[in-house]
Design a protein around this ligand. Structure first.
Ligand code: G1P
Length: 278
């Protein structure tokens, strides 16, 4: 998909990963391996499959392992050269050889909207994708981002991936409502960040895949802190949906694992191991 109109993908990766303490005390949660590959690499590979080659990573203190992962380790590679271990590095070498990586630090944790705004300097004035690496998406025929890029080509507006969740889990997600304009495609009219089930406009939850048009940066700048006193991308997207170019919700094809939670992470590990997907 080299003709993709979306070349850059942003990975907000500054969070603390408190649900995986003590592991995440000194290790980024994005480096947690599902079998033998870190979560962030699955996300980067999904972005590559969708035609992107500029990977922009929002890091924070204690996250240097991320930059080291997407770099050459000469000593290690020299040691295993010519042995049967060499092939274990093939995939990551392919990633490194075909992408550029840029990094900036989010100094204070002020929410996902704020993290995305921090990435403006790496993205510039072009549409871009966002991947939350702890949502691991398995989609054998076509990756979720690639599905979304195809939609972007047709609609040229921001798109969020959505899935149905049980009503009593809406408090974990951004939740949307709107009008179904095609099967599985919803023109969004309402969005609420982590509503209680009684206040949720539907059971359609946003999962960690977004395509955003660059006017979102100015909108985020004008978005006051919302849920948890943090600047929420959900609130900025509601403004874009109702006062801007519109936002679509897309029921993606595939299966999502919530690797930000221990049960979801264990499900993913079992599924990827048993199906030889690593
Ligand atoms: C973030 C977003 C939320 C979205 C979720 C998907 O929440 O704020 O709208 O539904 O990712 O995983 P987080 O899980 O970072 O608290």
């Amino acid at each position: 998909m080299s003709d993709s109109p979306i070349k850059k993908c942003l990975f907000p990766a500054a969070g603390y990963g408190t649900r995986f303490l003590p592991t995440t005390k000194s290790m980024p949660k994005e480096m947690m391996p599902v079998v033998n590959k870190p979560l962030i690499q699955y996300g980067v590979e999904e972005a590559m499959e969708a035609g992107m080659n500029g990977m922009a990573i929002i890091t924070g203190r204690g996250k240097r392992a991320l930059a080291d992962h997407f770099d050459i380790n000469y000593e290690l590679e020299h040691q295993i050269a010519g042995t049967d271990k060499e092939e274990l590095l093939e995939q990551i070498r392919h990633v490194i050889d075909n992408c550029t990586f840029s990094y900036t630090r989010q100094i204070e944790m002020k929410g996902l909207g704020h993290a995305i705004l921090t990435g403006e300097t790496l993205i510039g004035d072009q549409p871009f994708a966002v991947v939350l690496a702890d949502d691991l998406c398995y989609s054998p025929d076509q990756g979720v981002l690639s599905q979304m890029v195809e939609l972007y080509k047709k609609h040229s507006c921001s798109i969020v991936a959505i899935e149905e969740v049980p009503k009593d889990e809406t408090h974990k997600y951004g939740v949307i409502a709107g009008d179904e304009i095609e099967p599985g495609l919803i023109k969004i009219t309402d969005m609420v960040e982590k509503p209680d089930s009684a206040d949720a406009p539907s059971n359609l939850a946003i999962i960690g895949r977004y395509i955003l048009t660059p006017d979102i940066f100015d909108i985020i700048r004008d978005t006051p802190p919302g849920r948890n006193n943090e600047v929420q991308i959900t609130d900025a997207l509601l403004t874009q949906a109702t006062q801007g170019a519109g936002v679509l919700g897309y029921k993606f094809k595939g299966r999502r694992f919530d690797c930000g939670s221990v049960p979801g992470f264990m499900d993913a590990s079992k599924f990827y191991f048993e199906n030889d997907l690593y």
